[in-house]
Design a protein around this ligand. Sequence first.
Ligand code: V0D
Length: 249
Amino acid sequence: MFTDKEVTPQLDPARIPAHVAIIMDGNGRWAKKRFLPRIAGHKQGMENVKTITKAASRMGIKALTLYAFSTENWKRPDSEVNYLMSLPVDFFGVFMPELIAENVRVQVMGELEALPAKTRQAAQAAMADTAKNTGMILNFALNYGGRDELRLATQAIARAVQAGTLDPAAISDDTIAAHLMTAPLGPLADPDLLIRTSGEERISNFLLWQLAYSEMVFTPVLWPDFTPAVLTAAIAQYQSRDRRFGGLH
Ligand code: V0D
């Protein structure tokens, strides 16, 4: 474990993880510690999305996936869900010019049809306005669930079999990957590194297929306190491990 009080380690620039995924946990706890309402934690968390996006882009990360809203988050109080649904709108209004200047391309994956119109429209505008950017992909998981993703992919594959356009024996890993919500990321679809903040050590229905060989780093730091130095420390941990993908040396 590490905190941002420790010194910033040196990274090997040749082994920066191409795709980093982050479960941005601990916004509510950050607020509670300050006697603030939970939504103040979410607001600070959104500010930090901008900070970490810029830092990741400048470090040479090619894709950054952020778990913004899970299919389970609908169980929270209506007032909190309503506030969360306004964040993509705020984000779009406040941070888009900076992200465009940074050459970041926004992607959003999840069941967007179930979102309020204003939320869905902000997400679609963020994608449209950055579609021509060639830098880091900032991929938001929004109303995303890993089992939902696999269920939808299975339905689409079954339909192709039923239509006679797909032979079941020809279904490969690539067939499955092509039907997942990360398909727009192409060869970057599988994260090299998963980071979860706030001390929980679970994947909680995030990227079930794509995390098969990912390195995982868990930090007690709450998401609003997660600095570029903590990101650097997590990548240093990643670089200290040797990835074998199930094979031997
Ligand atoms: C709250 C911490 C950015 C986690 C980060 C609707 C929880 C801040 C977005 C966003 C959220 C999503 C799509 C998009 C542009 C921005 C966001 C939600 C929550 C859930 F196109 N931050 N953020 N979306 N939080």
